[in-house]
Design a protein around this ligand. Structure first.
Ligand code: PBG
Length: 330
């Protein structure tokens, strides 16, 4: 009987060995917490499809940002849920609106300790629920939408945001936002571009989170799930137009793209562990079907292992708390 002389199992024998040779680490600095802020509420509102996530009041959002800073998170991504929606999404351009206000609060609360980012999109603000304004035929009008995004970017920059995150998948959005920011003197305000954002079923719970009024889908502007080469094309265009960071979204079904992006783009790559991915784990764990903490760590580690420098995740604060306490699941 010839016994093997090479034994990879040697390195798996103890927890200390496994930790020593771990190729991928989770760290608070690489995680960004999405934060929903709802106008006109006096108590945080639970989101039923995302247990543990809430629509914040202005005050509770402040507290969440302060905690994120103490935990050492890389940043927060702010989403606004306005009281009023209309055809042009005009509340998105209100310098005193819910999102601009939340940005101001977050910057004063988080200071220099974390990066304050804002979702730059119209879907929370339009009565159609679409990410842009509609033309006479009811289609999303790409170029008219760019003009609104450009203005919205300047409103966010005036409120002090460190990075804006255009997420509407309009052609030319990064270039339009970059030139608007530059013309207004905000040359240091960065752009995290949702470069490859797919028309995904996994955004379902998010639609509840932002009280979306969308009927139908976003397939004429978000990407089609079968396509990968096209995602690379989108990312290269965004880098060309001035994106400082590019993002793949959702994360789990699209890890092949995270791998590719890491190879082809010279800027940091982020991946968005989206609401449906969160909800699946939470729902299964609530049934006792999977070990919640282990599943969370495995999901986030996999996204990092694929090559994401930055992970947007609703679990960011919880995982950071466990990292601080030294109680990781594995
Ligand atoms: C659009 C936007 C969406 C998400 C982030 N930004 C929704 C959509 O495109 O339908 C989804 C995030 C998630 O599902 O966690 N502003």
């Amino acid at each position: 009987m010839a016994f093997p002389s090479t034994r990879p199992r040697r390195l798996r024998r103890t927890a200390a060995l496994r930790r020593l040779v771990a190729e991928t680490q989770l760290s608070p600095a690489a995680m960004v917490l999405p934060v929903f802020v709802r106008e006109g509420v006096t108590e945080p509102v639970a989101i039923s499809s995302m247990p543990g996530v809430v629509q914040h009041t202005r005050d509770s959002a402040r507290a969440a940002v302060a905690e994120a800073a103490v935990l050492g998170l890389g940043g927060v991504m702010l989403f606004g849920v306005p009281l009023r929606k209309d055809a042009s999404g005009s509340a998105a351009l209100d310098p005193c609106g819910v999102l601009a206000g939340a940005i101001r609060d977050a910057v004063s609360e988080g200071g220099d300790a974390l990066v304050v980012m804002s979702d730059l999109c119209l879907d929370e603000f339009t009565d159609s629920g679409h990410c842009g304004v509609l033309d006479d035929r009811g289609d999303v009008d790409n170029d008219a939408t760019l003009e609104v995004y450009a203005e919205m970017a300047v409103v966010h920059a005036e409120a002090g945001v460190h990075m804006v995150a255009p997420s509407g998948m309009m052609d030319g959005q990064v270039g339009a936002v970059r030139s608007a920011l530059d013309s207004a003197g905000y040359t240091d305000t960065g752009i995290l571009a949702y470069a490859a954002k797919y028309a995904s079923a996994f955004y379902g719970p998010f639609r509840e989170a932002v009280a979306s009024s969308l009927v139908g889908d976003r397939r004429t502007y978000q990407m089609d799930p079968p396509n990968a080469r096209e995602a690379v094309r989108e990312a290269l265009l965004d880098v060309d137009e001035g994106a400082d960071i590019i993002m793949v979204k959702p994360a789990l079904g699209y890890l092949d793209l995270v791998v590719q992006m890491r190879e082809v783009v010279p800027v940091p790559v982020a991946a968005y562990n989206v609401s449906g991915e969160y909800a699946m784990v939470e729902a299964a764990a609530a049934h006792g079907w999977i070990d919640r903490d282990r599943a969370i760590d495995e999901v986030l580690t996999s996204i990092r292992r694929a090559g994401a420098d930055i992970v947007l995740t609703y679990w960011a604060a919880q995982v950071a708390r466990r990292l601080q306490a030294g109680t990781m699941a594995q």
